[in-house]
Design a protein around this ligand. Structure first.
Ligand code: PBG
Length: 338
């Protein structure tokens, strides 16, 4: 026994930067980060998203530049969202071969290929959001039908057909990964079938498995000029439910998801840990627009240290079990890690 009586002194491992670096249990790597990007039809210059300082709606030209930057930074992926010039009730542009998201996918693939041949290193995986809300004039993630009491509800099975067609259009445009985010029952299986039938068995599915109805998607609505009327509570999950999130992940795994995701990340770290503990496939987490906006707003006011807060928020997501992290700070974090 030492004279002080203290046997264990955990502070020894915290005493110097070199010791702290050695014993860090978790690290961030650019290759695990995915950058979400918005591409808008018919604009000549990027449009800033006011609720997401530093983020923009890209034109086709600047999308190319952004994907090139993501590739040079060594990011693991880009997640593309399209904002069409014209919307209708069924979201027709979602499946149009020349729709804005399909054009964005082709542009991203070209940019990735160019950087790969220049550097000889693998570039980011090109992922596409597979959902109708950016393409419908009512802003819902599926097609509407009259519910039992006469109010409009999203028609699950009719929407599955739309997702299947959309996923095939994305695969045809060159998406490496399609990402169903509409929380329809059976969406992974429907998309897998359609991709396989069309000869795209090599295209992967990243399932937004445990996706909660969240106010933290608020800034995203501005980012995609969303027309949403009402809310998404009949298909996205209730914040009160953790077990249900695990069940959703299990269903997606059984339906053949190649990766499963929890979203938002920060308020659902318990669900993320639970999914990570039971998943045999890679687990992703999406740090969403409102999580981004909160830290940006507090930092802009001088209330928190921006860089330290960004890194801590993302490291927390990693620690909770995410292999892959979608974050609007992906590029900047990669530059800090260099
Ligand atoms: C659906 C989708 C949404 C987000 C990603 N995919 C919006 C929603 O479900 O309401 C939100 C992402 C974010 O807030 O950063 N296409």
């Amino acid at each position: 026994m030492s004279t002080s009586g203290i046997v264990h002194r955990p502070r020894r491992l915290r005493a110097t930067p070199r010791m702290r670096r050695l014993v860090a249990e978790h690290r961030l790597h650019a290759a695990d980060l995915v950058l979400p990007l918005f591409v808008k039809e018919g604009i000549a210059a990027p449009v800033p998203i006011s609720s997401m300082p530093g983020q923009v709606q890209h034109s086709e030209d600047t999308l190319h530049d952004a994907v090139t930057a993501a590739a040079r930074a060594g990011l693991g992926g880009v997640m593309l969202f399209g904002i069409p010039a014209v919307r209708d009730a069924r979201g027709t542009q979602a499946e149009a071969p020349d729709g804005i998201l399909q054009r964005g996918i082709r542009i991203a693939r070209e940019a990735v290929a160019a950087v790969e041949s220049e550097t000889g290193r693998p570039g980011p995986v090109v992922m596409a959001d597979t959902c109708l809300d950016e393409f419908t004039d009512h802003g819902h993630c599926g097609v509407l039908t009259d519910g039992p009491d006469g109010t409009a509800v999203v028609d699950n099975d009719a929407t599955l057909e739309r997702y299947a067609t959309m996923a095939v259009a994305q695969a045809r445009a060159g998406a490496d990964v399609v990402s169903p985010s509409g929380m329809m029952d059976g969406q992974v299986a429907a998309i897998r079938d359609a991709l396989d039938d069309a000869g795209f068995e090599h295209v992967s599915i990243l399932a937004y498995s445990a996706k909660y109805a969240s106010p933290f998607y608020g800034p995203f609505r501005e980012a995609v000029d969303s027309a949403l009327q009402g809310d998404r509570r009949t298909y996205q999950m209730d914040a009160a439910n953790a077990r249900e999130g695990l069940r959703e992940a299990d269903l997606d795994l059984a339906e053949g998801a190649d990766m499963v995701m929890v979203k938002p990340a920060g308020s659902y770290l318990d669900v993320l840990r639970g999914v990570a503990d039971r998943s045999d496939v890679p687990v992703a987490a999406y740090q969403v627009s409102g999580e981004y906006a909160m830290i940006e707003a507090a930092a802009a006011n001088g209330w928190i240290d921006r860089r330290a807060s960004v890194l801590e928020s993302v490291l927390g997501i990693r620690r909770a079990g995410a292999d892959v992290i979608l974050t609007y700070w992906a590029l900047e974090i990669a530059s800090w890690l260099e």
